[in-house]
Design a binder for this molecule. Structure first.
Ligand SMILES: [Zn+2]
Length: 318
């Protein structure tokens, strides 16, 4: 039998079919095309599932279950999306609707939880009983697995690690607090930090000005990294500052959970060792378990964009 994994993102609806070896044998992708009515998005989820089944050259009879990963707070028990700021939906039950449509068991959880499940099963956390998977993108997402169990909490919203405050009364966050980690260590935050540094570079000494052709709107999360690799001092200062923020939150997570593995995914993880090694250096100095014989392995996530669909397909196992 085969399983369907749906990664319902703010940009794309990505579907994969996995076989018993957890290999993806069929795929499809449709644009989420927001903003539009969720009924239309839902119709496209159904279409995308059929397209993936067709791509895998199997039939709906061969499917044992469907899993869906959603950006937002999801009650996995009831299958209700309590709230998703990306999808602009509240209190939406897609589990029962999909079960009616396909007559298969449907499982649903937060997308970062899916990534953690996938990394634990076939990615960076293979053989780890305790794993934290973090995703550095527009915000910071996280999935926490302790003693082989995904931690979901009373309302399914565990893992909102991006809203851990690292600077009391700091930068305002959309969640209502100030100083949340994701305002300092997400990809979005790094782009903002780059813009702020350039605003102070009155004599335009940085090569970033040339890279962006003096157009600040061309600054992305990777701009400072690119400049640093080309020997730019200001680029290095920006990355060094960003790295401290990132390491601060990672150290907090390690102090609280002591996972075997903490893996970093999302767009920023494409920087690989350039991002990872300086973070590890700071964490090694600051972690509470400085003298313990066992230490958390910090690494880059392995499954990249497939983590969401593989993890969603695995939801029938938890
Ligand atoms: Zn927040």
């Amino acid at each position: 039998m085969y399983r369907v994994g749906v990664d319902l993102g703010g940009t794309n609806i990505t579907v994969g079919i996995i076989d018993e070896n957890l290999t993806i044998i069929g795929r499809s992708k449709l644009k989420t095309n927001l903003p539009r009515h969720f009924d239309e998005v839902f119709s496209d989820i159904i279409r995308a599932i059929y397209f993936a089944i067709e791509d895998a050259d199997i039939s709906i009879i061969d499917i044992s279950s469907i899993g869906v990963g959603v950006p937002g707070a999801v009650d996995s028990q009831s299958g209700v999306i309590d709230f998703s700021s990306n999808l602009k939906i509240y209190n939406m039950s897609i589990k029962s609707e999909l079960e009616k449509t396909f007559n298969k068991p449907v499982f649903i959880t937060n997308d970062a939880n899916c990534a953690a499940l996938a990394e634990k099963k076939v990615g960076a956390g293979r053989n780890a009983k305790n794993l934290i998977a973090i995703t550095l993108g527009t915000g910071i997402g996280g999935g926490v697995i302790i003693n082989d169990k995904l931690i979901t909490g009373v309302n399914g919203a565990t893992g909102e690690i991006g809203h851990m405050v690292i600077d009391f009364d700091g930068i305002e966050c959309g969640c209502g607090r100030k100083g949340c980690w994701e305002k300092y260590a997400s990809a979005t935050a790094l782009a903002r930090q780059t813009k702020e540094a350039l605003a102070k570079d009155l004599y335009k000494k940085s090569i970033i000005w040339e890279m962006i052709e003096n157009d600040l709107s061309k600054i992305g999360a990777r701009t400072a990294f690119e400049a640093m690799k080309n020997g730019d001092k200001i680029g290095k200062q920006i990355v060094d500052g960003y790295t401290k923020y990132l390491a601060c939150g990672i150290t907090n997570l390690i102090n609280i959970f002591q996972p075997d593995v903490l893996c970093i995914g999302g767009g920023m993880s494409n920087e690989g060792d350039t991002l990872l090694i300086p973070v590890i250096r700071i964490v090694e100095k600051e972690r509470y378990s400085l003298y313990s014989s066992k230490q958390t392995k910090i690494c880059i996530a392995e499954l990249k964009n497939d983590a969401g669909i593989i993890g969603a397909a695995l939801l029938n196992e938890i």
